[in-house]
Design a protein around this ligand. Structure first.
Ligand code: ADP
Ligand code: ADP
Length: 226
């Protein structure tokens, strides 16, 4: 089955903004997929619905063959999310941010700690694990968010503008890390308004504009057209 299938997805926020006007989208398991589009196009709303952070107004969403409305808890357990804003507890030690997230998914502290250490090593944060999260640089906080999202080994990782505010060298490091976990089988979806980022990472893309999908193709075909 596909990682994601979306039909007739609509979202109208309270106050009347029609953020999504009938999205149709499918994303294969194992894909590295970018949702591209200008600010305000509806990217965050779309992934917010996938992650159950935003309620849809209309439409059908399936994740790994499971209907989001019917199997919401199961769907959540399959997804790791890296939102744009730093929303972890800044006054906790770095490793606790990751370990506590494991607790939300029913992992034992021992298993979560082992996994946290593994991820912090891969992301270059292991030496910082006992310091306060607050003391990390912006790029390190971004990587901590990625470690936290992966603690329960989800089948799908969703990142909202993952390298916003990250300088070019750190960005390459993050790209390498994401490429590696995608090769290990994790489906990755990211939103970006940088075509270069999508080009560096992604096999398939959709472009969203004013709440509608205006292009859905392989990265290669898109580049050939430009
Ligand atoms: P993008 O991620 O592509 O920048 P968004 O999904 O954040 O786009 O926003 C799509 C539209 O929905 C925009 O017009 C935005 O102002 C509006 N919007 C987003 N979040 C909310 C919200 N919580 N309440 C009301 N309107 C919102
Ligand atoms: P619940 O069903 O109890 O609301 P969720 O399954 O939504 O819990 O989330 C489990 C935990 O994951 C939450 O308690 C929260 O700390 C964390 N979480 C939820 N959404 C996000 C997110 N967008 N980014 C990071 N962590 C999140």
């Amino acid at each position: 089955s596909n990682a994601v299938e979306i039909y007739e997805l609509e979202k109208t926020y309270e106050g009347g903004t029609r953020a999504l006007k009938g999205i149709e989208l499918s994303i294969a398991e194992g894909d590295f997929f970018a949702l591209l589009g200008p600010n305000g196009a509806g990217k965050s709303t779309t992934i917010g619905i996938l992650c159950s952070l935003v309620n849809k107004t209309h439409g059908t969403v399936r994740v790994f063959g499971h209907d989001l409305d019917r199997d919401r808890a199961w769907v959540k357990s399959q997804i790791g999310v890296v939102p744009q804003e730093f929303n972890f507890n800044q006054f906790e030690p770095v490793e606790e941010v990751v370990i506590n997230q494991g607790g939300f998914y029913g992992m034992t502290r021992k298993a979560a700690k082992k996994r946290a250490h593994e991820l912090l090593k891969q992301l270059g944060l292991y030496d910082k694990r006992e310091g306060m999260a607050r003391a990390l640089s912006g790029g390190m906080k971004r990587r901590l968010m990625i470690a936290r999202a992966l603690v329960h080994s989800p089948r799908m990782l969703i990142l909202d503008e993952p390298t916003a505010g990250v300088d070019i060298e750190l960005r390459r490091g993050m790209w390498d890390f994401l490429t590696q976990i995608n090769k290990q089988g994790t489906t990755i979806i990211l939103t970006t308004h940088y075509l270069e980022e999508a080009e560096a990472l992604c096999r398939n893309i959709a472009i969203i504009n004013e709440g509608r999908i205006v292009e859905h193709s392989s990265m290669r075909n898109l580049l050939a057209k430009l």
